[in-house]
Design a binder for this molecule. Structure first.
Ligand SMILES: Nc1ncnc2c1ncn2[C@@H]1O[C@H](COP(=O)(O)OP(=O)(O)OP(=O)(O)O)[C@@H](O)[C@H]1O
Ligand SMILES: [Mg+2]
Length: 237
């Protein structure tokens, strides 16, 4: 990581939910730096705090305390509008259930984040088509999500994530809904994106999927209990 540029800087992040008299420390003092160009898997069992952390990294939520810098900007104290702007500008999301709009065709789905970002119609079309080409779905641009296989839908959602040329690709259980062959295809594609220089953070409960990344961060009870190279992670499994 030496000499590299930090993209994500989390310092002493707490997310505390108050449930009556009880407190749940969903994130319990997380300090983590991720540099541009890294491919990091965040792994942990159910309830360990992965989604909570993903929501903070993805600027979908703010921590109870601690600081979060994304590309040097302090995200931890932003208003909802500011968070929405940062998300649009900097992050491409990939979800387990694809989250494609069923009534829109693929091109319209991929264009959507660009529309939110205020990109004009012609440029939007052009960039969305380019992203569809990249995932091998250009010919399917007019299809509705339902007319595609699960793997194709996930590729379309990857195209949507890429269209805005984000600083960070944030994937939450990207292969959770796919069979093993299609998962392989999606993971290989994510590796290719990494080779091309993209920064990828992938959340998973599955250690074998985490092994696809180059660095693994494991959380347990809201705390990081492993952070290292994937080879080292493989050796402790
Ligand atoms: N909105 C909330 N209110 C209260 N407690 C919450 C809330 N969200 C999460 N928690 C608690 O915080 C802890 C971490 O939850 P989180 O959803 O981050 O886990 P996770 O690692 O994503 O689990 P899974 O793999 O099952 O999705 C859990 O104990 C959960 O019950
Ligand atoms: Mg979760």
């Amino acid at each position: 990581m030496e000499g590299q540029q930090p993209l994500i800087e989390l310092k002493d992040i707490y997310k505390i939910y108050r449930m009556g008299a009880e407190e749940v420390h969903a994130n319990d003092g997380i300090t983590l730096t991720i540099c541009r160009g890294e491919f990091v898997a965040i792994v942990g069992k159910s309830g360990s705090g992965k989604s909570t952390l993903m929501n903070i990294i993805g600027a979908l939520d703010v921590p109870t305390s601690g600081t979060y810098l994304l590309g040097g900007e302090d995200v931890g104290h932003m208003s909802d509008n500011q968070l929405a702007e940062i998300r649009n500008k900097m992050i491409g999301f990939i979800f387990q259930q694809y989250n494609l709009l069923p009534r829109d065709n693929l091109l319209e789905n991929v264009e959507l984040p660009l529309l939110y970002a205020g990109v004009g119609k012609n440029e939007r079309r052009e960039r969305a088509m380019k992203a569809l080409e990249k995932v091998g779905l250009a010919e399917k641009w007019a299809s509705k999500p339902k007319q595609l296989s699960g793997g194709q839908q996930q590729r379309a959602s990857i195209a949507r994530a890429l269209a805005g040329d984000p600083s960070l690709i944030l994937a939450d259980e990207p292969t959770g809904a796919l069979d093993s062959r299609t998962s392989r295809e999606v993971l290989d594609f994510m590796k290719e994106l990494h080779r091309e220089g993209n920064t990828i953070v992938m959340i998973t409960h599955d250690s074998s999927i985490a092994l696809e990344a180059e660095r693994v961060v494991r959380i347990h009870d809201g705390k990081i209990n492993f952070d290292g190279d994937v080879k080292e992670y493989a050796s402790i499994l």
